[in-house]
Write a protein that binds this ligand. Structure first.
Ligand SMILES: [Zn+2]
Ligand SMILES: [Zn+2]
Length: 151
């Protein structure tokens, strides 16, 4: 089986052995907590906070603590498996490397919503044509109020 690369992470139906291969391909020692966190990230497929990621990882590794998930995500970021998104004043969000999706985070409930690409493409073009500045959205989340909290 060929080692997986970062841009293949959008395949949702990964088996544990494929997750293990991805870790090895990134020079990452395979441990049960790492497998659990990677499978949870792949299963979720988007941008997630550490608390929710921990809950998902517990499906594969019961008893895994949030502190372990934080450390694991840090290792993943170092080897290029995961990346972070800054959100407000809180802890960073996490997602698989290669995901550049801009997200919006609710300041009241913390809900994370993907922002449709079309919504920011025009902004990027307008700012560039007006000022020459090329905005690269995605590394920081937008902040606001989600549809549920706005009601
Ligand atoms: Zn950063
Ligand atoms: Zn909300």
């Amino acid at each position: 089986m060929q080692p997986k690369v970062a841009n293949a992470f959008d395949q949702r139906d990964w088996m544990p052995e494929e997750a293990a291969e991805a870790l090895r391909a990134h020079g990452c020692r395979v441990t049960l907590p790492r497998l659990a966190v990677l499978r949870a990230l792949i299963e979720h497929g988007g941008t997630i906070d550490a608390t929710q990621l921990t809950a998902r990882a517990q499906c594969y590794e019961p008893g895994i603590h949030e502190a372990t998930v934080y450390r694991t995500v840090k290792v993943f970021a170092e080897v290029g498996i995961a990346s972070h998104v800054h959100a407000g004043h809180g802890p960073s969000l996490v997602r698989l490397a290669g995901n550049q999706q801009l997200v919006a985070v609710c300041r009241d409930c913390g809900a994370i919503s993907p922002v449709p690409g079309g919504a920011v493409d025009q902004l990027v073009l307008d700012v560039e044509s007006a000022t020459g500045f090329v905005i690269e959205p995605g590394h920081f989340a937008l902040e606001g109020v989600c549809a549920t909290c706005a009601r």
